[in-house]
Design a protein around this ligand. Structure first.
Ligand code: AMP
Length: 120
């Protein structure tokens, strides 16, 4: 699947639409989800043009991958989630329920979370 530079997270990265920013560095941008499903619900996105974890892990450089995942961990630590814990989630493609075609990791926390996954 080709990257669509008109997707909403690409627009956020370009500064064309605002976000509620939590963290930014050379590799990643983190912002609060617009429709949170937990007391803490943050999205972390890489700065490169990647659709999903599929092309990210195939095509991104080691530095991009390391920088991105270090940012995910740092955001969670900075939010005070390392203890008592939190959940990360990445949806991929249509069966995975991915809505926005720019790779992102959800960070959920701030309460005891429910079952890991409900498959209907
Ligand atoms: P996914 O289903 O994994 O693609 O998740 C996409 C997420 O992006 C959802 O949780 C949406 O609530 C969130 N979202 C969509 N548009 C925005 C936006 N403009 N700012 C922040 N979060 C957004």
């Amino acid at each position: 699947m080709a990257y669509d530079s008109a997707n909403i997270f690409a627009k956020i990265l370009r500064g064309e639409i605002p976000c509620d920013k939590v963290y930014e560095d050379e590799w990643a941008l983190a912002f609060n989800d617009i429709a949170p499903v937990a007391p803490v619900h943050v999205l972390v996105i890489p700065k490169g043009a990647f659709v999903s974890i599929d092309d990210f892990t195939a095509d991104a450089s080691d530095a991009q991958i390391a920088g991105f995942y270090r940012a995910v961990g740092k955001v969670a630590r900075d939010l005070g989630l390392a203890q008592p814990g939190y959940r990360t989630l990445n949806n991929t493609g249509s069966d995975g329920g991915q809505e926005v075609p720019h790779f992102h990791v959800h960070i959920f926390g701030g309460k005891t979370l429910g079952p890991m996954l409900v498959v209907e």
